[in-house]
Design a protein around this ligand. Structure first.
Ligand code: ZN
Length: 293
């Protein structure tokens, strides 16, 4: 069992969730559930067998998705790179499943946050995936191109990192960029689902093959408790109202479709289903086989 790689299939597509490492977010209760009364948060945490008093950090994985469709090799997001001693393992973990960066022909960037674009470049400042075109939502690219004022984010300690990583990692891919919008099929079987809120042009992906579906939800929800409480936004959600609207649309559709769903910051590998519960939804993590990969 390789704890950093989880392999599965969507129809005939060979997929692997490949971790870049873990980052420990401080004060998760305050960061994930902004402006929610403390006793409601405490109750939700206890229902998830989390001791609120001991919940000082949240170890988030930074998982990229690799999809081999048969004639294409696609990577979704590039991790955070070497921002922390516990990150920057995407390329070694890809090599552990015999994937070289030059083989990847399409890199899809879901949004411009450091933990999703931080591995765009190699140590010399060139695109790390030498033969790939990079794909990003048009609205998201335009947002970062304006060097936006991020002061409204309630995570002051991260604002400078967010700004500097976007400035460093996005301009060098401009020459090989394809911009996409809601409904565009990036390659056959991988379609864009607009998911604004977390950032203005944040995109999710609907991946379909042979009647099977994976909704790659990215940062639509950051913690499983957000599935039960879709109106509890985080301090990192740039547009709180749109975040809630997007969550309700994607979670509701996933429940109806019984789609396999992935959320980026959920405990690795982050796959599960959205199930109806008490008039709302609940996250049901995929039961993993004892050995994989
Ligand atoms: Zn993220």
């Amino acid at each position: 069992m390789n704890a950093h790689v989880y392999r599965f299939h969507v129809g005939t597509f060979e997929c692997a969730i490949v971790n870049d490492g873990a980052f420990f977010y401080p004060h998760p209760a305050q960061v994930f559930f902004d402006d929610v009364p403390e006793e409601r948060v405490m109750q939700a945490l206890q229902e998830h067998q989390i001791d609120p008093a001991a919940w000082e950090t949240y170890p988030s994985p930074y998982p990229s998705l690799l999809v081999k469709t048969g004639d294409r090799i696609v990577l979704v997001d590039t991790g955070v790179g070497g921002l922390a001693p516990t990150t920057g393992q995407l390329l070694p973990n890809l090599r552990s499943i015999d994937v070289a960066p030059e083989e990847i022909d399409t890199v899809i960037l879901t949004h411009g946050h450091p933990d999703h674009i931080g591995g765009n470049l190699d140590s010399t400042g060139k695109p790390a995936f030498a033969n790939a075109r990079y794909v990003m939502g048009r609205e998201e690219w335009d947002f970062w191109a304006t060097d936006p004022d991020l002061a409204s984010l309630k995570i002051p300690m991260f604002i400078e990192i967010i700004r500097s990583v976007a400035r460093a990692q996005l301009p060098p891919i401009r020459d090989r960029l394809t911009l996409v919008e809601e409904g565009d099929e990036i390659i056959p079987g991988i379609a864009v689902v607009a998911a604004p809120g977390h950032t203005p042009g944040h995109i999710a992906l609907r991946i379909t093959s042979e009647g099977e579906q994976l909704l790659w939800g990215v940062d639509t929800a950051l913690h499983p408790i957000h599935v039960e409480h879709p109106d509890w936004v985080s301090k990192a959600d740039y547009l709180p109202h749109e975040t809630v609207v997007t969550r309700r649309r994607l979670l509701g559709q996933a429940a109806v479709d019984r789609a396999l769903v992935h959320m980026y910051h959920f405990p690795f590998p982050g796959l599960g289903h959205v199930v109806l519960h008490d008039g709302g939804w609940r996250w049901q993590p995929l039961v993993l086989p004892s050995a994989n990969a």
